[in-house]
Design a binder for this molecule. Structure first.
Ligand SMILES: Nc1nc2c(ncn2[C@@H]2O[C@H](COP(=O)(O)OP(=O)(O)OP(=O)(O)O)[C@@H](O)[C@H]2O)c(=O)[nH]1
Ligand SMILES: [Zn+2]
Length: 350
Protein backbone atom coordinates (compact mmCIF):
# COMPACT_ATOMS: atom_id res chain seq x y z
CA UNK A 1 0.00 0.00 0.00
CA UNK A 2 1.41 3.40 -0.86
CA UNK A 3 1.44 5.90 1.96
CA UNK A 4 0.28 9.41 1.34
CA UNK A 5 2.64 12.39 1.42
CA UNK A 6 0.71 15.49 0.64
CA UNK A 7 1.93 19.02 1.12
CA UNK A 8 4.31 18.11 3.92
CA UNK A 9 8.04 18.37 4.20
CA UNK A 10 8.26 15.11 6.12
CA UNK A 11 11.10 12.79 5.22
CA UNK A 12 10.23 9.08 5.02
CA UNK A 13 11.50 6.93 7.87
CA UNK A 14 11.31 3.16 8.12
CA UNK A 15 9.94 2.80 11.70
CA UNK A 16 7.31 3.11 12.96
CA UNK A 17 5.72 2.93 9.54
CA UNK A 18 2.08 3.92 9.34
CA UNK A 19 1.21 0.27 8.67
CA UNK A 20 2.93 -0.72 11.92
CA UNK A 21 0.76 1.90 13.62
CA UNK A 22 -2.41 0.35 12.25
CA UNK A 23 -2.90 2.36 9.05
CA UNK A 24 -5.15 0.50 6.63
CA UNK A 25 -7.29 0.97 3.53
CA UNK A 26 -10.11 2.03 5.80
CA UNK A 27 -8.15 5.07 6.99
CA UNK A 28 -6.79 5.71 3.52
CA UNK A 29 -10.38 5.97 2.30
CA UNK A 30 -11.34 8.27 5.19
CA UNK A 31 -8.37 10.51 4.42
CA UNK A 32 -9.63 11.18 0.90
CA UNK A 33 -12.18 13.63 2.35
CA UNK A 34 -9.42 15.95 3.62
CA UNK A 35 -7.14 18.40 1.81
CA UNK A 36 -3.56 19.21 2.68
CA UNK A 37 -1.51 17.50 5.36
CA UNK A 38 -0.34 14.01 6.16
CA UNK A 39 -1.86 11.37 8.42
CA UNK A 40 -0.53 10.55 11.85
CA UNK A 41 -1.59 8.59 14.93
CA UNK A 42 -1.67 9.98 18.45
CA UNK A 43 0.75 7.73 20.35
CA UNK A 44 0.92 9.53 23.68
CA UNK A 45 -1.16 12.01 25.65
CA UNK A 46 0.32 13.95 28.57
CA UNK A 47 -2.49 16.36 29.23
CA UNK A 48 -0.81 19.47 27.81
CA UNK A 49 0.77 17.89 24.72
CA UNK A 50 0.21 14.96 22.42
CA UNK A 51 2.87 12.94 20.65
CA UNK A 52 1.91 12.13 17.08
CA UNK A 53 3.67 9.64 14.78
CA UNK A 54 3.58 10.30 11.05
CA UNK A 55 5.50 8.62 8.30
CA UNK A 56 8.13 11.33 8.68
CA UNK A 57 8.72 10.77 12.38
CA UNK A 58 7.26 11.45 15.79
CA UNK A 59 6.79 14.92 17.29
CA UNK A 60 4.96 16.82 20.01
CA UNK A 61 1.92 19.00 19.33
CA UNK A 62 0.40 21.33 21.90
CA UNK A 63 -3.14 20.52 23.02
CA UNK A 64 -5.47 23.35 22.03
CA UNK A 65 -8.62 23.87 24.06
CA UNK A 66 -10.47 25.07 20.94
CA UNK A 67 -9.76 21.89 18.96
CA UNK A 68 -11.64 18.61 19.52
CA UNK A 69 -10.19 16.59 22.39
CA UNK A 70 -7.74 13.96 21.19
CA UNK A 71 -7.22 10.49 22.59
CA UNK A 72 -4.33 8.08 22.19
CA UNK A 73 -5.06 5.98 19.12
CA UNK A 74 -6.72 8.80 17.19
CA UNK A 75 -5.85 9.25 13.52
CA UNK A 76 -5.32 12.89 12.62
CA UNK A 77 -4.23 15.02 9.68
CA UNK A 78 -1.25 17.25 10.53
CA UNK A 79 0.58 19.98 8.67
CA UNK A 80 3.12 22.63 9.66
CA UNK A 81 3.14 21.65 13.31
CA UNK A 82 -0.64 21.84 13.58
CA UNK A 83 -3.34 19.23 13.89
CA UNK A 84 -5.76 20.08 11.08
CA UNK A 85 -8.36 17.34 11.35
CA UNK A 86 -9.47 14.31 13.30
CA UNK A 87 -10.47 11.29 11.21
CA UNK A 88 -13.85 9.82 12.25
CA UNK A 89 -13.26 7.30 15.04
CA UNK A 90 -13.97 3.60 14.63
CA UNK A 91 -14.31 3.23 18.40
CA UNK A 92 -13.82 5.33 21.51
CA UNK A 93 -13.18 4.04 25.02
CA UNK A 94 -14.15 6.49 27.73
CA UNK A 95 -15.17 6.37 31.33
CA UNK A 96 -17.17 8.57 33.61
CA UNK A 97 -14.71 10.46 35.77
CA UNK A 98 -15.59 9.39 39.35
CA UNK A 99 -14.66 12.83 40.76
CA UNK A 100 -16.34 15.17 38.27
CA UNK A 101 -18.98 12.95 36.69
CA UNK A 102 -17.74 14.12 33.28
CA UNK A 103 -16.46 11.89 30.51
CA UNK A 104 -12.79 11.03 30.18
CA UNK A 105 -11.28 9.76 26.95
CA UNK A 106 -9.11 6.67 27.43
CA UNK A 107 -8.27 5.46 23.92
CA UNK A 108 -9.61 5.68 20.38
CA UNK A 109 -9.77 3.26 17.46
CA UNK A 110 -9.21 0.20 19.63
CA UNK A 111 -10.42 -3.25 18.56
CA UNK A 112 -9.93 -5.04 21.87
CA UNK A 113 -10.11 -3.83 25.47
CA UNK A 114 -7.80 -6.08 27.50
CA UNK A 115 -9.09 -6.05 31.09
CA UNK A 116 -6.07 -7.09 33.14
CA UNK A 117 -6.81 -8.83 36.46
CA UNK A 118 -3.79 -9.86 38.54
CA UNK A 119 -4.20 -13.30 40.10
CA UNK A 120 -2.25 -12.10 43.17
CA UNK A 121 -5.58 -10.68 44.39
CA UNK A 122 -9.25 -11.64 44.14
CA UNK A 123 -11.09 -10.77 40.94
CA UNK A 124 -13.54 -7.91 41.62
CA UNK A 125 -16.58 -8.90 39.57
CA UNK A 126 -18.27 -5.51 39.69
CA UNK A 127 -15.21 -3.82 38.25
CA UNK A 128 -14.87 -6.51 35.59
CA UNK A 129 -18.49 -6.01 34.62
CA UNK A 130 -17.98 -2.23 34.43
CA UNK A 131 -14.96 -2.57 32.17
CA UNK A 132 -16.87 -5.04 29.99
CA UNK A 133 -19.73 -2.55 29.62
CA UNK A 134 -17.27 0.23 28.79
CA UNK A 135 -15.69 -1.95 26.10
CA UNK A 136 -19.03 -2.70 24.41
CA UNK A 137 -19.99 0.95 24.73
CA UNK A 138 -16.72 1.92 23.02
CA UNK A 139 -17.47 -0.29 20.03
CA UNK A 140 -14.70 -2.76 20.93
CA UNK A 141 -14.61 -6.34 22.26
CA UNK A 142 -13.68 -7.03 25.87
CA UNK A 143 -10.98 -9.60 26.59
CA UNK A 144 -10.33 -10.63 30.19
CA UNK A 145 -6.60 -11.12 30.73
CA UNK A 146 -5.82 -13.07 33.91
CA UNK A 147 -2.22 -12.03 34.61
CA UNK A 148 0.36 -13.44 37.04
CA UNK A 149 -0.93 -16.96 36.26
CA UNK A 150 2.36 -18.32 37.65
CA UNK A 151 1.07 -17.49 41.14
CA UNK A 152 -1.76 -20.05 41.07
CA UNK A 153 -1.69 -23.82 40.60
CA UNK A 154 -4.25 -23.89 37.86
CA UNK A 155 -6.20 -21.19 36.06
CA UNK A 156 -8.89 -23.59 34.78
CA UNK A 157 -11.07 -23.27 37.90
CA UNK A 158 -10.76 -19.51 37.98
CA UNK A 159 -11.64 -19.26 34.27
CA UNK A 160 -14.66 -21.53 34.76
CA UNK A 161 -16.05 -19.58 37.69
CA UNK A 162 -15.49 -16.33 35.76
CA UNK A 163 -17.43 -17.74 32.83
CA UNK A 164 -20.35 -18.49 35.13
CA UNK A 165 -20.50 -14.88 36.30
CA UNK A 166 -19.71 -13.34 32.92
CA UNK A 167 -21.06 -15.80 30.33
CA UNK A 168 -19.61 -15.62 26.84
CA UNK A 169 -16.71 -13.36 27.75
CA UNK A 170 -13.28 -14.13 26.20
CA UNK A 171 -10.57 -15.02 28.72
CA UNK A 172 -6.82 -15.60 28.40
CA UNK A 173 -4.41 -16.44 31.19
CA UNK A 174 -0.87 -15.13 30.98
CA UNK A 175 2.28 -15.17 33.06
CA UNK A 176 4.70 -12.52 31.94
CA UNK A 177 7.45 -14.03 34.09
CA UNK A 178 7.38 -17.37 32.24
CA UNK A 179 6.00 -16.04 28.93
CA UNK A 180 3.03 -18.43 29.29
CA UNK A 181 0.13 -17.35 27.09
CA UNK A 182 2.03 -14.33 25.79
CA UNK A 183 2.36 -15.56 22.20
CA UNK A 184 -1.27 -16.64 22.16
CA UNK A 185 -2.24 -13.11 23.15
CA UNK A 186 0.10 -11.57 20.58
CA UNK A 187 -1.49 -13.77 17.91
CA UNK A 188 -4.98 -12.59 18.85
CA UNK A 189 -3.91 -8.98 18.47
CA UNK A 190 -2.17 -9.14 15.09
CA UNK A 191 -3.21 -6.18 12.93
CA UNK A 192 -5.38 -4.89 15.75
CA UNK A 193 -5.19 -2.28 18.48
CA UNK A 194 -5.41 -3.54 22.05
CA UNK A 195 -5.73 -1.25 25.05
CA UNK A 196 -4.76 -2.59 28.46
CA UNK A 197 -6.90 -1.41 31.38
CA UNK A 198 -7.04 -2.50 35.00
CA UNK A 199 -6.08 -1.33 38.43
CA UNK A 200 -2.58 -0.26 39.40
CA UNK A 201 -0.27 -3.22 39.92
CA UNK A 202 -2.39 -5.61 37.82
CA UNK A 203 0.65 -6.21 35.61
CA UNK A 204 -0.21 -4.18 32.49
CA UNK A 205 3.26 -2.73 31.86
CA UNK A 206 4.99 -6.02 32.63
CA UNK A 207 2.72 -7.69 30.09
CA UNK A 208 3.49 -4.95 27.55
CA UNK A 209 7.21 -5.62 28.00
CA UNK A 210 6.70 -9.39 27.65
CA UNK A 211 4.68 -8.87 24.45
CA UNK A 212 7.31 -6.49 23.06
CA UNK A 213 10.23 -8.65 24.16
CA UNK A 214 11.97 -5.56 25.59
CA UNK A 215 11.56 -2.87 28.23
CA UNK A 216 9.06 -0.33 26.93
CA UNK A 217 6.96 0.53 29.94
CA UNK A 218 8.15 1.21 33.47
CA UNK A 219 6.95 -1.38 35.98
CA UNK A 220 6.57 -1.09 39.74
CA UNK A 221 6.45 -3.40 42.72
CA UNK A 222 3.13 -3.98 44.45
CA UNK A 223 2.89 -3.54 48.20
CA UNK A 224 3.08 -6.97 49.82
CA UNK A 225 0.62 -6.05 52.57
CA UNK A 226 -2.38 -5.39 50.34
CA UNK A 227 -1.24 -6.21 46.78
CA UNK A 228 -1.80 -2.57 45.82
CA UNK A 229 0.14 -1.07 42.94
CA UNK A 230 2.02 2.20 42.97
CA UNK A 231 0.67 3.92 39.88
CA UNK A 232 3.92 3.49 37.98
CA UNK A 233 2.43 4.27 34.58
CA UNK A 234 1.35 7.92 34.39
CA UNK A 235 0.41 8.51 30.73
CA UNK A 236 -1.49 6.62 28.07
CA UNK A 237 0.86 5.48 25.36
CA UNK A 238 0.65 3.43 22.17
CA UNK A 239 3.39 0.99 21.20
CA UNK A 240 3.81 -0.71 17.82
CA UNK A 241 4.59 -4.38 18.40
CA UNK A 242 5.39 -7.29 16.14
CA UNK A 243 2.69 -8.48 13.73
CA UNK A 244 1.29 -4.95 13.32
CA UNK A 245 -0.24 -5.16 16.76
CA UNK A 246 -0.66 -1.82 18.48
CA UNK A 247 -0.82 -1.86 22.23
CA UNK A 248 -1.96 1.02 24.42
CA UNK A 249 -0.81 0.99 28.06
CA UNK A 250 -2.84 3.07 30.51
CA UNK A 251 -2.32 4.16 34.12
CA UNK A 252 -4.09 2.01 36.69
CA UNK A 253 -7.79 2.70 37.25
CA UNK A 254 -9.43 1.58 40.44
CA UNK A 255 -12.75 3.27 39.98
CA UNK A 256 -14.48 3.07 36.66
CA UNK A 257 -17.77 4.84 36.21
CA UNK A 258 -19.86 3.48 33.38
CA UNK A 259 -20.27 5.97 30.62
CA UNK A 260 -22.72 3.77 28.79
CA UNK A 261 -26.45 4.24 28.36
CA UNK A 262 -28.88 1.62 29.59
CA UNK A 263 -29.10 0.03 26.13
CA UNK A 264 -25.35 -0.64 25.96
CA UNK A 265 -25.34 -2.02 29.50
CA UNK A 266 -27.92 -4.51 28.22
CA UNK A 267 -25.54 -5.53 25.42
CA UNK A 268 -23.19 -7.01 28.02
CA UNK A 269 -26.04 -9.06 29.50
CA UNK A 270 -27.55 -10.80 26.50
CA UNK A 271 -28.52 -13.81 28.66
CA UNK A 272 -30.79 -11.52 30.69
CA UNK A 273 -32.05 -9.76 27.54
CA UNK A 274 -32.95 -13.14 26.01
CA UNK A 275 -34.89 -14.19 29.10
CA UNK A 276 -36.59 -10.80 29.32
CA UNK A 277 -38.36 -11.52 26.04
CA UNK A 278 -40.44 -13.99 28.06
CA UNK A 279 -41.43 -11.45 30.75
CA UNK A 280 -45.13 -10.54 30.88
CA UNK A 281 -44.39 -6.79 30.79
CA UNK A 282 -42.13 -5.38 28.08
CA UNK A 283 -40.69 -2.81 30.51
CA UNK A 284 -40.17 -5.40 33.26
CA UNK A 285 -37.48 -4.33 35.75
CA UNK A 286 -36.98 -7.93 36.93
CA UNK A 287 -37.40 -6.82 40.54
CA UNK A 288 -40.76 -8.17 41.72
CA UNK A 289 -43.02 -7.92 38.69
CA UNK A 290 -45.49 -10.78 38.14
CA UNK A 291 -44.69 -13.11 35.23
CA UNK A 292 -40.99 -12.16 35.25
CA UNK A 293 -39.01 -14.77 33.33
CA UNK A 294 -35.66 -13.47 34.65
CA UNK A 295 -36.73 -14.04 38.27
CA UNK A 296 -38.09 -17.46 37.28
CA UNK A 297 -34.68 -18.33 35.83
CA UNK A 298 -32.99 -17.24 39.08
CA UNK A 299 -35.46 -19.33 41.09
CA UNK A 300 -34.76 -22.52 39.13
CA UNK A 301 -31.00 -21.97 38.93
CA UNK A 302 -30.64 -21.13 35.22
CA UNK A 303 -29.29 -17.69 36.07
CA UNK A 304 -27.24 -16.47 39.03
CA UNK A 305 -28.82 -13.90 41.30
CA UNK A 306 -25.50 -12.07 41.45
CA UNK A 307 -25.68 -11.45 37.73
CA UNK A 308 -29.13 -9.89 37.97
CA UNK A 309 -27.83 -7.68 40.80
CA UNK A 310 -24.83 -6.63 38.65
CA UNK A 311 -27.15 -5.81 35.75
CA UNK A 312 -29.41 -3.81 38.04
CA UNK A 313 -26.51 -1.86 39.54
CA UNK A 314 -25.03 -0.97 36.12
CA UNK A 315 -28.42 0.07 34.75
CA UNK A 316 -28.91 2.37 37.72
CA UNK A 317 -25.43 3.84 37.23
CA UNK A 318 -26.01 4.36 33.53
CA UNK A 319 -29.41 5.95 34.16
CA UNK A 320 -27.85 8.22 36.78
CA UNK A 321 -25.04 9.18 34.38
CA UNK A 322 -27.60 9.96 31.67
CA UNK A 323 -29.50 12.09 34.14
CA UNK A 324 -26.38 14.00 35.17
CA UNK A 325 -25.63 14.78 31.55
CA UNK A 326 -29.12 16.15 30.85
CA UNK A 327 -30.17 19.35 32.70
CA UNK A 328 -33.79 19.17 31.48
CA UNK A 329 -34.14 15.63 32.82
CA UNK A 330 -32.60 16.83 36.10
CA UNK A 331 -35.24 19.54 36.46
CA UNK A 332 -37.98 16.99 35.76
CA UNK A 333 -36.49 14.59 38.32
CA UNK A 334 -36.17 17.48 40.79
CA UNK A 335 -39.87 18.35 40.42
CA UNK A 336 -40.81 14.69 40.81
CA UNK A 337 -38.73 14.45 43.97
CA UNK A 338 -40.26 17.65 45.38
CA UNK A 339 -43.73 16.20 44.76
CA UNK A 340 -42.83 12.92 46.47
CA UNK A 341 -41.52 14.81 49.54
CA UNK A 342 -44.64 17.02 49.69
CA UNK A 343 -46.93 13.97 49.42
CA UNK A 344 -45.01 12.21 52.18
CA UNK A 345 -45.25 15.26 54.45
CA UNK A 346 -48.97 15.58 53.79
CA UNK A 347 -49.51 11.88 54.56
CA UNK A 348 -47.59 12.28 57.83
CA UNK A 349 -49.72 15.20 58.93
CA UNK A 350 -52.88 13.26 58.33
N1 LIG B 1 4.61 -13.27 39.60
C1 LIG B 1 4.31 -12.39 38.65
N2 LIG B 1 4.40 -11.08 38.92
C2 LIG B 1 4.08 -10.20 37.96
C3 LIG B 1 3.64 -10.63 36.68
N3 LIG B 1 3.37 -9.53 35.94
C4 LIG B 1 3.61 -8.46 36.73
N4 LIG B 1 4.06 -8.85 37.95
C5 LIG B 1 4.46 -7.98 39.06
O1 LIG B 1 3.38 -7.11 39.45
C6 LIG B 1 3.88 -5.84 39.82
C7 LIG B 1 3.11 -4.72 39.10
O2 LIG B 1 3.31 -4.84 37.72
P1 LIG B 1 3.15 -3.60 36.70
O3 LIG B 1 3.37 -4.17 35.35
O4 LIG B 1 3.99 -2.46 37.12
O5 LIG B 1 1.62 -3.23 36.93
P2 LIG B 1 0.75 -2.12 36.18
O6 LIG B 1 -0.59 -2.71 35.99
O7 LIG B 1 1.44 -1.66 34.94
O8 LIG B 1 0.67 -0.95 37.26
P3 LIG B 1 0.47 0.65 37.02
O9 LIG B 1 1.50 1.10 36.03
O10 LIG B 1 0.69 1.23 38.38
O11 LIG B 1 -0.94 0.84 36.52
C8 LIG B 1 5.38 -5.86 39.52
O12 LIG B 1 6.07 -6.09 40.74
C9 LIG B 1 5.55 -7.02 38.61
O13 LIG B 1 6.81 -7.62 38.70
C10 LIG B 1 3.57 -12.04 36.42
O14 LIG B 1 3.21 -12.53 35.34
N5 LIG B 1 3.90 -12.87 37.45
ZN1 LIG C 1 -38.83 -9.63 34.12
Amino acid sequence: MSLPHRGSSATPQSFPSLAALGWSHRWQAALAAYGAGCPGRVVRHDGSAVLISTEGGTRHFPVRSSAPALAVGDWVVVDDGRVLDLLPRASLLRRRDPSTGGGQLIAANVDVVGIVCGLDRPVVHGRLQRFTSLAWDAGASPLVILSKADLVNSTANIENSLLQQHPGVDIVSVAATTATGVFDLLGRCAKRTLVLVGESGAGKSTLLNALAGRELGATGKVRRSDAKGRHTTTARQLFALEGDCCLIDTPGMREVGVHADVATVDAGFDDIAELAVGCRFSDCGHANEPGCEVLAAVADGRLSEQRVRAWNQLCREAAWAELRADPAAQRRAGRRLARVIKDAQRAKRR
